[in-house]
Write a protein that binds this ligand. Sequence first.
Ligand code: FAD
Length: 813
Amino acid sequence: QPRVVIIGAGIVGCALADELSARGWTDITVLEQGPLFATGGSSSHAPGLVYQTVGCKTMTQLASYTVEKYTDMTLDGKWCFQQLGGLEIATSRERWDDLHRKQGWATSWGVETSLVGPEECAKLHPLLDPDKVLGGFYNPSDGLAKPLRAAEAQAREAIDRGARFLAHHKVTGIERHAGKVRAVTTDQGEFRADIVVSCVGMWGPRIGAMVDLTIPLVPMAHQYAKTSPLPVLDGVNDELHEMSKPLLRHQDADLYFREHVDRIGIGAYGHRPMPIGVDEILDPDVAPTMPSEMAFTEEDFDQSWEDAVDLLPCLAEAKVEEGINGLFSFTPDGNPLLGEHPDLDGFWVAEAVWITHSAGVAKAMAEWLIEGQPGIDLHNCDLNRFEQVQLSPGYVHQRSCQSFNEVYDVLHPLQPAEKPRPLRTSPFYDRQTELGAYFLEASGWERPHWYETNANLPEIDLIPERNEWASRFWSPIAGAEALVARERVAMFDMTALKRLEVTGPEALNFLQTMTTNQLNRKPGAVVYTLLLGEDGGVRSDLTVARLAEDRFQIGANSNIDLEWLRSHLPPTGTVQVRDITAGTCCIGLWGPRARDLLQPLTKEDFSHKALGFFKAKHAYIGDVPVTAMRLSYVGELGWELYTTADMGLKLWDTLWEAGQRHGVIAAGRSAFNSMRLEKGYRSWGADMTTEHDPFEAGVGFAVRMDKGYFLGRDALEERMETPNTRQLTCLTIADDYQVVMGSEPVYAHGKPVGYVTSAARGYTIGRNIAYAWLPAELAEPGTPVEIEYFGERVAAVVAAEPLFDPDMTRIRS
Ligand code: FAD
């Protein structure tokens, strides 16, 4: 059994000790710098509201497990969770629409909720003024956690199984040896450890610095106040139960409410972001009250108080009696930071976790540590999801402030980062800007979604109008670009996609064991293949080009893939993995006239015979050395043309100039996404994740069971014995106006049966497309279903895929 040291006895550390020990790991020491269990950390202040429903399936799952676990938990006979229900009200049309969308998410993720009118809202929460409310979203299974009780109850379970909790032990250093953690040092001595899990919440960057690990979070103050006693609550609640009405959220004013016996507690996110440096957090022995509690700044609360009185008129008789600016963690994308240090074995992190997700996170972490992988998809929470540029102090600060501002905002799925921008630009950026590119941001990259100079394409008249929501961050120009790419030829900037280089005498063997497809082919072959987890779930999909006997270029999905490969490298040093994204760039040159454009620019033969589908070769395009790969994610004739960053602009200009007589255009991500869905090409992270096996996700063609061992093979063998119960399925929508966005629930025979993964207008096929997970028996083409979109049912039908060019005649031409 490994010796485990958990740093921090907040709710996350306690929950983790419980989950680990429940699975049989009992050599656990929890080191806490403060007293137990009111340690002075964020858990000591949270009023404990647990709302489960968000657009991210993973975060909802983490919250739902927390609810499930805490519901029956008690400490010395006192409750740890009261399932009072959670009500979120709308006072604006936009919010009311958004609550419909939210109810769709709840249905997609299997949480039972309802939308209620103003009178029903007032029945559920009699203190609110129904005249101010358009309606509410009600989740009866939401509720209130008592964080310190839940923390202690879980700690006691762990202690009963052999874990120890040591108060007033401040961790001051981490000992390492040969790339592994060895011990944790504290002001009270050293503790040997095979595994260390840092659960220190907003102190994360301090512990991270001890092991040269950047923890991208910012401690920020959030205002929480309690009123004076209210006559209307006199005698309503008792000291034990504290409250009897549902939790209440008024997101249009960035507010939430709960009762504290005869007072109301009010939380506010409307104030200016109040970040503090991690070194400014006081130590427990120095802090006047508690390190996570700062003095209440009344002036920041004025507007919140006005808005609160407006919604709950009874507050007019009361005043704010006490308040805090309580500190907790914010991250650049609002999600937790979970996972292992990329360069130090045995050092793990579970930080930036809300009370809401605490038990869910602890369970997933325990599974990850013990079984090698969490039971649910955690890629949105993975510590290693950020690119290096996203770890700069400026980036982390600005994006975390944006996360704070957006906590209760109605957020569009394409809503971009505001600052710092532009950050990463491809070598084509100046040309794209000249062409009026509309940029959105991805992993720090500026990516053109369409080009304003294409507004004069006549095809634009063919593009139907769409609903207001789907029109945001969209232009009909994107549709025209897609049509032109199918008729003529277009240049797509593919630079932002992650590129890795794997080299060394053992490179082939390494990649063979890591991925599912047969890579043992001659140099010049390109293969679509999958990374699986031990359980056969799809961790990523890759294109692997063998460029020489011992050199491979990989098109990957994210930094997580890089770390996954790195963490499996043979210790012999015979394989190297390198991220070459930033030093290189790529143009996807696609469309029926792509060859007419390219061939005259090069002495190499680019005919189908000389360079077939899924083949690669080196060539000079004009003066530019490129690696050309005969691939197309949009389903057209053409190549991905890679070159070094210094030659990128030259490549763009060469193609652009030569392309004028062929009617070349630059086309953006929006057209790209539509075209890939017409071809049925999956996008990892949206359409499939670790929760799905290749067969149900429709990528079983990339698995070669007969090639010998690969990671995940044994699990697949087992999975192949049972038929799929679910299937990633292509749907088309008859109504041109209804372009859906993803995560919407799908109904059959009036019952929810699945959810949409990604969706777009199919400009060429003239229909709207949605991919969705459905029960296998419904995956038959022709099956009618309905997609719920902002509360309305949109008719859709299962279609045979791919929708465009199923015989691959265009791509192979
Ligand atoms: P913490 O509770 O901060 O625990 C971390 C522990 O690590 C601390 O005890 C600290 O002393 C210890 N530690 C740090 N450094 C060291 C060291 N060097 N050596 C040893 N120990 C160390 N969340 C919700 O879900 N719902 C809410 O309604 C809600 N409301 C909130 C309201 C306020 C005012 C605040 C402040 C937070 C709120 N939160 C809410 C957020 C929530 O409180 C936190 O996200 C959560 O408590 C974090 O738990 P944790 O265990 O990670 O961190």
